[in-house]
Design a protein. Sequence first.
Length: 306
Amino acid sequence: MAIRIRGIGTALPERIVTNDDLSRVMDTSDEWIRARAGIGSRHVDGITSEMAIEAGANALKAADISPADIELLILCTTTPDQTFPATSAVVQSSLGLGCGAFDVNAVCAGFAYGYVAAYGMMVAPTGPDRVLLIGSDSMSSITDWTDRGTAILFGDGAAAVVMERHVQGEMLAFDLGADGNLASILYCDHDAKIQMEGREVFKKAVRAVTRSVENVLEKAGIGADDVDVVLPHQANIRIIEAVCQRLGIPMEKTHNVLETTGNTSGASIPLAMARAEADGALAPGRIVLMSGFGAGMAWGSVVVRW
């Protein structure tokens, strides 16, 4: 049994906040932000369900299938519209789906967790033939726009993929992990804003992602040189560079949207996937690495043969 991604769709809110916009309300500059994070602008004022619906509809259109063809919906988000019901239920109804739906919250590692969950259910004998997997987050809604340490980093967005059983496509290995002892360095309480110890998150993220990628490559029985395409979580270009340097993977193999989106949490990796598709990098047989990390601290890496 193999699983391929048949269609990819994205959605970004209309309002854009540039680094120059931020420099007017806090002590920062475009040069300072780009040097430390590689971000130039971010989309804001998005609503998680609305972005997920748009991205999901675009993925269905790209896959050239109808809502009736989808047998499961998984929404990866850390910013649900409400405490309950699950935002996936709202998305399911709006898209006209007649299937089960549930949310996954592993923050910025959410898409990796969601991909593994979807794949695992699809390869079961009675599993779904097609799954709509969406990452959507409205990080601007939980960002303190007076805090330079976090306001420069986060943005809103969504991206969706249609996964289907096919002779093409195979997950070679995955590595998921979490360390609750590190919860205090990056968190957001109910009705509050993101709290982050930036330096600690940077150090822990580089170590966790490097270790996770090494683990997943070993499980897959391949080396870093065998990887053709890297879809990293879009948190900070310096983290991506540090991880690639430690692993011996050229930055040219990464596909990034960070400069124009900032950190969109659960939408981050599939937005990078959409960029890779636009770049013509996702050819059949290519070895693709997805790796994300986030609050928890949680991390996840997946290697697939496209």
